[in-house]
Design a protein around this ligand. Structure first.
Ligand SMILES: [Zn+2]
Ligand SMILES: [Zn+2]
Length: 263
């Protein structure tokens, strides 16, 4: 088994174990570094790197702190979903190999039910708490006060006490060990990481040769002119610049998407 170091504070190791066991990898947690120094979800520290930079930094730290050649770092983010609907949870997993000199970043994303509420009276909780998914923990904020990892029953008690002193904010606790929905997205990212690691560049044989750059210009089925519809995806090697196009099997665009036939 290849030992692989994963920098994590929130119990994410089991979420990667199965996907990466297929590579003969054994994942070991690396602690001893406060990953929240790189920014945290509970809002106590501001972020100063992009999510991808953060994941790469953590992966490198994992390898350095453990002495392993291979390190993994993870980073999640939550943003408004498409058309402002719902919340989109994106999870990145970055894997570096210090000895071989490569990094591969995998991604998965899914809409989730994460929300926050401004509460002025405890009665509002009667409609909110039944909507919380099983196993999802909550956090309650009031000014500088913050309670994390609360069950719905604990959140209710906390809100009832604090509401005597004014409005409170109730939110999903989105740290991985508090959020089953997020755990599922991290599992998907681990699957994506395994797949990317198995795709080697045909020229330099480094991993992560993954088609993800959209190629515009699928020809119109009626007039044959290129449309804005994607005709496939391009894989570009980050190390030797080798490129390969992977074209969609359906070779023509619906004329409804053609600027000539349907201006
Ligand atoms: Zn290459
Ligand atoms: Zn056309």
């Amino acid at each position: 088994m290849q030992q692989v170091a994963f920098l994590t504070q929130h119990g994410k190791v089991p979420l990667l174990t199965e996907a990466l066991a297929a590579l003969g990898w054994q994942i070991q947690a690396v602690s001893g570094f406060d990953t929240d120094l790189l920014g945290s979800f509970a809002g106590e520290r501001p972020r100063f790197m992009t999510a991808a930079e953060c994941a790469l930094r953590k992966a490198t730290l994992a390898a350095e702190l453990s002495g392993s050649a291979i390190g993994i770092g993870s980073e999640g983010s939550f943003n408004a979903g498409p058309y402002g609907l719902g919340t989109l949870n994106q999870e990145l997993l970055c894997c570096v190999n210090i000895d071989e000199g490569w990094a591969v970043t995998a991604v998965a994303q899914q809409l989730c039910s994460a929300r926050s509420w401004q509460l002025t009276e405890a009665a509002m909780l009667q409609t909110i708490l039944p909507t919380i998914p099983d196993g999802q923990l909550l956090l309650v904020k009031q000014g500088a006060r913050l309670e994390k990892a609360l069950t719905p029953a604990q959140a209710l008690l906390c809100c009832e006490q604090w509401l005597a002193e004014g409005a409170v904010t109730l939110e999903y606790d989105l740290r991985a060990h508090c959020s089953p929905e997020r755990q599922q997205v991290i599992r998907l990212a681990a699957d994506n990481l395994r797949q990317r690691l198995q795709q080697l560049c045909p020229r330099c044989h480094k991993p992560g040769f993954w088609p993800e750059l959209p190629l515009a210009g699928l020809p119109c089925a009626d007039c044959g002119l290129p449309t804005s519809q994607p005709r496939g995806l391009r894989a570009c090697c980050r190390y030797c610049d080798y490129q390969q196009d992977f074209l969609h099997s359906s070779g023509f665009a619906d004329p409804a998407n053609c600027p000539q036939c349907n201006p």
